[in-house]
Design a protein around this ligand. Structure first.
Ligand code: 9D3
Length: 252
């Protein structure tokens, strides 16, 4: 997959591309990321990228022309890579007004050969640029950040670990599908006793079926207690229903 990131703060993005799962994907050749700074495409003497909002109010707004030019440069880079016949890469605008990003959106994005992530700053991007350039708006949650760069990296990180060929991807994908949409079970490593607390006996039993059953039960229990919303509308196997019966009877 190729990803273009359009940002007036490439310095916030570039260092994070060099670490973790994103850099691993890049090293393994399954991911390629390029930044495009609207300031590089501003044509005036001061390389202006923002201006005051029409109608007044606080803050600044990113101007149409430099954003459009940076997105065009990203599309040109995509076309140079994918071929002249390739359709344009979908443009995703990270914005508080977007639908909330989740694992389902990540899976859909990971299936694309190319995408362009557009990060806003200040109060946002001139709405005409949004109308003309953007295919989809995504938020990462209901809290106020200062711009779309961290959200763009959140999307890249989530997508990168889903790409086939990312080291450990097969194991993680198996784990993801095993726990699909539920909270994880707790993890333990040596020593067997830490701070006077022992590792749960089932994990020391060497009985793989008992270990799997214990993990599944704790995952169900924690999800029920902490994120009951994740269980709504799910169908459960007979084995899960039995574990849920145990959990409910032990909770009273
Ligand atoms: C306090 C400023 N707000 C005015 C009422 C609007 C506003 C504009 C720009 C709020 C945040 C931002 C910058 N945020 C993003 O660009 C952003 C974001 C976020 O803040 N939270 C969750 N997801 C995202 S994706 C992009």
């Amino acid at each position: 997959m190729w990803a273009g990131v359009v940002t007036v703060l490439p310095a916030l993005v570039t260092p994070l591309l060099a670490a973790g799962v994103i850099s691993r994907g890049v090293r393994e050749g399954v991911l390629s990321v390029e930044c495009f700074d609207p300031r590089s495409y501003a044509t005036d003497r001061h390389r202006t990228v923002d201006d005051r909002p029409f109608g007044g109010g606080p803050g600044m707004v990113l101007k149409v022309a430099p954003v459009a030019a940076a997105v065009a440069a990203a599309q040109a880079a995509w076309r140079a890579r994918a071929g002249a016949e390739a359709p344009p890469a979908p443009v995703i605008y990270l914005s508080p007004q977007g639908r909330t990003f989740n694992q389902n959106r990540a899976r859909a994005l990971a299936a694309l050969p190319g995408l362009i992530l557009l990060a806003g700053r200040y109060e946002g991007i001139d709405e005409r640029a949004v109308e003309q350039l953007v295919d989809e708006e995504l938020s990462i949650g209901d809290y106020v950040l200062t711009g779309g760069e961290l959200p763009a990296l959140v999307v890249l990180d989530t997508v990168a670990r889903l790409l086939p060929g990312t080291l450990g991807n097969a194991d993680s994908a198996l784990q993801d599908s095993h726990l699909d949409g539920m909270l994880d079970y707790p993890h333990y490593t040596r020593p067997e006793i830490a701070g006077g607390v022992s590792v749960p006996a089932a994990l020391l039993s060497g009985d793989h079926a008992a270990i799997a059953r214990w993990r599944r039960k704790v995952a169900l229990e924690r999800t029920w207690q902490r994120r009951p919303d994740l269980l709504v509308g799910r169908t459960f196997s007979a084995a899960d229903r039995e574990l849920l019966r145990e959990i409910v009877s032990e909770s009273t």
